[in-house]
Design a protein around this ligand. Structure first.
Ligand SMILES: [Zn+2]
Length: 197
C-alpha cells in the first residue's frame, strides 16, 4: 500500500494547508506572495474567533458516536456558548446560503474566496431564505465584514444544548476548523514576537 493512502483525509488536508501557508499561495486576501515570505503567516491573525462567550469545545472534527449510538462523521467543531450569545463572522465575505433543516437547524454559509464557513444551530428563524434574529437580518448575496455580528447561539436542528457548530470547507473539501484556529494563533504569536525589540 502506498504510504500516502494510509493517511486520513484530515491529515492530507492539514498537509496541504501547511504547504499553502509555507508557500504563500491561496486566494487573494489569505496569504502574501512568496516574495514576502516573512509575512506569509500574518494574514491569518485577521480571522475572528466566531464565539464571543466561549464555554468550551464539546465535539471535535472527525468521527464521533452520534446520539443514536452509531459512528458518524462530524464535519465541524462544536463550541459551547450561552443561548443568545453573539456569533461573529470569521472572515469577510458574502452570505452564500441560509440553511433550515433538521440537522443544522437554522444556519448560515458564508463564502470568503475559496473558503466556506458554516454556522449551525442558530437562534432565530429562516423564512423565504432570509435569516432573522431580533435586529439581525441576513440574506444570500449580502456582504458581511470580518468580525461582524451575524447570528446568535441557539438550539435549532439536532442538538442537546446551546452551541455553535462551526464548519469549514476549502475548495469544496471539509477542513478541521482547529487547523484554521491554530494558524490564527501562530500568526498572532509571530506578529507579537516580531514587535518585540
Ligand atoms: Zn457539530
Amino acid at each position: 500500500m502506498p504510504s500516502g493512502s494510509s493517511r486520513s483525509l484530515g491529515q492530507r488536508i492539514v498537509a496541504v494547508l501547511a504547504a499553502m501557508l509555507a508557500s504563500g499561495i491561496a486566494a487573494s486576501g489569505f496569504a502574501q506572495p512568496a516574495s514576502q515570505a516573512r509575512r506569509v503567516q500574518s494574514p491569518w491573525r485577521l480571522g475572528v474567533f466566531p464565539v464571543t462567550v466561549f464555554s468550551g469545545y464539546t465535539s471535535s472534527f472527525g468521527g464521533r458516536t452520534g446520539p443514536w449510538g452509531a459512528l458518524e462523521p462530524h464535519y465541524g467543531l462544536d463550541i459551547a456558548a450561552p443561548l443568545g450569545s453573539p456569533i461573529r463572522n470569521w472572515w469577510g465575505g458574502t452570505v452564500k446560503e441560509v440553511i433550515d433543516d433538521g440537522r443544522c437547524g437554522v444556519g448560515l454559509v458564508i463564502q470568503s474566496g475559496p473558503y466556506e464557513h458554516i454556522y449551525c444551530h442558530l437562534l432565530g428563524s429562516s423564512a423565504d431564505g432570509v435569516y432573522r434574529c431580533a435586529e439581525l437580518q441576513l440574506k444570500p448575496g449580502q456582504r458581511v465584514r470580518t468580525g461582524q455580528l451575524i447570528a446568535r447561539v441557539g438550539m435549532s436542528g439536532r442538538t442537546t444544548g446551546p452551541h455553535l457548530h462551526w464548519g469549514m470547507r476549502y475548495g469544496g473539501q471539509w477542513l478541521d476548523p482547529v487547523v484554521i484556529l491554530r494558524a490564527m494563533a501562530s500568526s498572532r504569536r509571530a506578529v507579537a514576537s516580531s514587535r518585540r525589540p
